[in-house]
Design a protein around this ligand. Structure first.
Ligand SMILES: Cc1cc2nc3c(=O)[nH]c(=O)nc-3n(C[C@H](O)[C@H](O)[C@H](O)COP(=O)(O)OP(=O)(O)OC[C@H]3O[C@@H](n4cnc5c(N)ncnc54)[C@H](O)[C@@H]3O)c2cc1C
Length: 408
């Protein structure tokens, strides 16, 4: 069977579903192809989303998918110096990603999108001015515009010669739901340290009074050992004793967006495009914002009967003007953080406590525009932090240089 449509979307994650919803809303025929038999499963997300971000992507923060509301964070340095950032009312919520994605799917269907489940796109190629997609089930879809929302390891961009992130640049993430209580039910806990989670951090997110979601992401291979050790250190019981209710694993992108996110008849969104926050790896909100733009640009292109790369370039210009600056600074901060030793992180914590940085963060905080928030917060204090950041970078560059010389 060949299904003819205006827009085909590969992947029914949040980015694909929001793009589909937006394109359907503009009156286009939309088909979403999802390889799994059920939307939102398997789940690979902690589900921590800012309320402001949800508002920006037009999704209510309270719904059947909402598990908990969060109004602060306890941050811990490697030697357990702690800083608490808190607000008077909730700033984020924890969602059940299975139910969250189902909600987005129902919204896309309500606008007219057709969602095909168990439809893995195994081949996609240009045919005339459009695309022909072949699924594992033997179906074919002919579309004028293709929106690629395949997630962290996409295949379509490479097929048209666009560069993607190599899998080796992605972080591995692991998490489990445990029946234990957290320090406070409306605060998340974040643990930094090279021994704990090199390349990112570990987290404890309360789902309610009795269950927490514990996880970490890192760039080393021994993630399971690191996770087991972290759980033991944090809860003073072994993972086995705690009998995890659910395990999740997945890939996290902190290396910024890919160079180009469009081509003739093609738009790339969400994790596929690297639309995630380099400081924390969260991708639902930025993916959703870019997906909305993709849906709109796709419909303008189809209505103007021009699906050329030249026309679709408007998508990239638009998302870069919205989050490009934030991503650039956040990427720089991520690179600096990656070079910090545990001692450096301890020093930063002490300095931040001394300068009362946490109190200032609260004033202008935006959980999604993290780099801009940090810059605003540090504005007057930046001069105190720069020498340390510079000495760390120079130290590690010199270190790498000397290793290289020794190696030769
Ligand atoms: C452990 C962990 C914790 C995280 N926590 C958070 C968090 O708290 N907050 C946050 O904002 N982000 C978080 N993230 C990141 C977040 O999960 C992603 O950024 C988000 O899911 C990206 O959405 P997406 O729609 O782009 O891709 P995905 O959600 O990955 O969806 C892609 C979909 O495409 C389908 N697909 C792929 N290839 C094909 C194909 N060929 N044919 C058909 N279907 C295909 C996949 O099966 C999948 O359903 C976390 C990630 C991990 C791994």
């Amino acid at each position: 069977m060949v299904e003819e449509t205006d827009v085909a979307v590969i992947g029914a994650g949040p980015s694909g579903l929001i793009a589909a919803q937006e394109a359907s809303r503009m009156g286009l025929r939309v088909v979403v192809l999802e390889e799994h038999g059920e939307i939102g499963l398997p789940c690979h997300c902690a589900g921590l989303l800012s309320i402001r971000g949800l508002c920006r992507i037009g999704v209510p923060s309270s719904g059947v998918y909402t598990l908990n509301m969060i109004r602060g964070a306890h941050l811990f340095s490697p030697s357990k110096i702690s800083i608490t950032v808190e607000w008077e009312s909730p700033v984020a919520c924890v969602v059940n990603r299975h139910l969250f994605d189902l909600f987005l799917a129902s919204e896309a269907r309500r606008r007219g999108s057709l969602i095909m489940l168990g439809a893995r796109v195994k081949r996609a190629y240009r045919k005339g001015d459009g695309w022909l997609l072949e699924t594992s089930g033997g179906d074919a879809v002919k579309a004028k515009v293709l929106i690629d929302a395949e997630g962290a390891t996409p295949r379509i961009p490479q097929m048209v010669g666009l560069k993607t992130h190599g899998a080796e640049r992605l972080l591995k993430g692991i998490q489990a739901d445990l029946s234990v209580s957290s320090l406070s039910t409306d605060y998340v806990e974040v643990y930094f340290g090279r021994n704990i989670a090199p390349g990112l951090f570990a987290w404890v997110i309360p789902l309610n009074d009795e269950v927490v979601r514990v996880g970490l992401a890192c760039k080393t291979r021994d993630i399971r050992e690191k996770f087991t050790k972290f759980v033991e250190r944090r809860f003073k019981r072994t993972l086995k004793e705690l009998k995890p209710i659910k395990y999740f694993t997945g890939l996290i992108i902190t290396c910024g967006p890919i160079e180009r996110t469009y081509s003739d008849g093609l738009l790339i969104v969400g994790d596929s495009a690297g639309h995630t926050k380099p400081i924390t790896g969260g991708g639902v909100i930025f993916g959703g914002l870019c997906a909305k733009i993709a849906g709109r640009v796709a419909s303008r292109a189809i209505l103007s009967d021009n699906v050329s790369g030249e026309f679709l370039k408007a998508y990239e210009e638009s998302w870069r003007s919205m989050i490009g600056g934030e991503l650039k600074i956040a990427l720089l901060i991520r690179r600096i953080l990656d070079r910090f030793s545990d001692r450096d992180i301890d020093k930063i914590f002490l300095m931040a406590l001394r300068e009362k940085v946490h109190e200032k963060i609260v004033l202008g905080a935006d959980m999604d525009y993290q780099a801009i928030t940090l810059m605003k917060t540090l504005r007057a204090r930046i001069l105190k932090f720069i020498p340390m950041a510079l000495s760390t970078i120079i130290g590690s560059v010199v270190g790498e240089g000397s290793k290289y010389i020794k190696g030769r």
